[in-house]
Design a protein around this ligand. Structure first.
Ligand SMILES: [Zn+2]
Length: 454
């Protein structure tokens, strides 16, 4: 789901305040369009509906004909209309401080209203032009319910998320830290200590913290690791320890660039990424975990379709010994968009293919291929041609759009919208094994042709 008409940069509008706005969700900066689409209009921060969908993770539908934006999230439905200050919240009329705006390239909605209606706490710091959104913290019995405040600025780095996927540990920190990493034996463990660090009130990926400031993640699908454990190891100095419980000895590679994202790759093939004649393809199943993507007319979730097709493509490419496949997720987890980009960069991928399904009008059907940078056009052409041919679906053309994963990657990158979940025929089709196999075959064939293996 990246549907709609969210296109490229445009000049900032005359009445919008100068200077750029930052938005943080649970301490993590949202990836905002760099082109002034986020606007401050008379003190109201207006955000594009793309940000509502991609960064806040709400389900968004845009109906162009009526200028209606429908935003849904766990039991709450907001309906907003362009240029109208009356909105509907679960069927009740509510007055907006400012009407949604249709700009040249997108529709902007008032951030505070949307956030608060969806249960977020919204605060605004006018000096730094920053908005802070917080998801409510369930009462754990130790904190003060409902009064969760950002950690005081005590100079410590804040760990915001810990995930394990793609045989790699990822730790998201709000600023750069100097981790130490070492192994321990009997039983085998890999230990990562983060000095001068504390936990955020909640970890953004849904993994919890208990009252003792610790938690764990069971790992079932990687043979090297059985569990990830994390805890506040020491109070003075404040140190966080993350431990991987291992099933065997591993080699590892620590990547810690100056962006607060720490990655530990396990059992990296020393030849990986080297120019050994092999080509590396990153397959990105869109959405996942807490982000279902688009919901179909029969309530099927886009994330499930995306993953199923990606796993089929992986299987098809297994037979190609010259192609190395790296997945951004191989289960129902949610790597953030920057994490997906980082996986591709670290793998020194030759190409990046993101698989999605679309939502939009009830009548639209068929396949669209998106790219952002012009180096990706050729890949887009090859992939689009194969996907349309293999599926027999209507050709809705190759399009340009500024999407995070196709914009921020450095290798040719495309995003495939394989059909419309908002259309009842496409919805039924996309649920079938036959269609998924055809789509996977088209994608695999496109990859092989582009990389010169056909
Ligand atoms: Zn999507």
């Amino acid at each position: 789901m990246f549907a709609w008409m969210l296109l490229f940069a445009f000049a900032q509008m005359g009445h919008a305040a100068a200077g750029s706005t930052s938005i943080y969700l649970d301490g993590k900066a949202l990836a905002l369009p760099k082109n002034g689409q986020v606007q401050n209009v008379n003190g109201n921060v207006m955000i594009p509906i793309r940000v509502v969908a991609e960064e806040l993770g709400f389900q968004v539908n845009w109906e162009k004909k009526t200028g209606t934006v429908t935003i849904k999230q766990s039991g709450t439905t907001l309906i907003l209309t362009v240029d109208k200050t009356l909105a509907s919240v679960n069927g009740n009329e509510v007055k907006l401080p400012i009407a949604p705006m249709l700009t040249k390239d997108t529709t902007l909605v008032p951030m505070r209203f949307v956030g608060e209606q969806m249960g977020l706490k919204v605060s605004w710091d006018n000096t730094s032009k920053s908005a802070y959104l917080k998801t409510p913290v369930p009462d754990s019995g130790t904190g003060q319910p409902g009064t969760e405040t950002p950690p005081a600025d005590n100079g410590l780095a804040t760990v915001q998320g810990i995930t394990f996927s793609n045989n790699s540990l990822m730790i998201a920190v709000d600023k750069n830290v100097n981790p130490s990493i070492f192994t321990m034996g009997e039983p085998e463990r890999l230990v990562i200590d983060l000095p001068q660090a504390q936990f955020a009130g909640t970890l953004t990926d849904g993994h919890g913290l208990d009252a003792n400031q610790s938690g764990s993640i069971e790992v079932t699908d990687y043979p090297d690791v059985s569990k990830v454990r994390y805890a506040l190891f020491s109070n003075s100095p404040s140190t966080i320890r993350v431990v991987l419980d291992l099933n065997n000895k591993v080699n590892y590679q620590l990547i810690n660039e100056d962006d607060g994202l720490i990655i530990v790759h396990l059992n990296v093939d020393p030849g990986a990424g080297a120019d050994d004649g092999k080509k590396t393809v990153v397959l990105d199943a869109g959405h996942g975990g807490s982000d279902p993507g688009a919901l179909s007319v029969t309530q099927k979730r886009e994330k499930d379709f995306n993953l199923a097709v990606v796993l089929m493509v992986q299987k098809l490419l297994e037979q190609e010994t010259d192609i190395e496949v790296v997945l951004t997720r191989n289960d129902d987890s949610y790597p953030t968009l920057p994490e997906r980009v980082k996986i591709a960069e670290n793998a020194k991928a030759d190409i990046f293919i993101s698989v999605h399904a679309n939502a939009g009008s009830a009548t639209a059907r068929g396949i669209e291929t998106y790219y952002t940078r012009k180096e990706s056009l050729n890949l887009a052409q090859v992939m689009h041609e194969h996907l349309v041919e293999a599926t027999g679906s209507p050709d809705r053309k190759i399009r340009t759009q500024s999407l995070h994963v196709t914009r921020e990657t450095s290798m040719p990158a495309v995003l495939l919208e394989c059909g419309y979940l908002s259309n009842k025929d496409d919805d039924a089709l996309l649920a079938t094994k036959e269609f998924r196999e055809k789509a996977a075959r088209g994608i695999a064939d496109g990859i092989k042709e582009y990389l010169g293996y056909n």
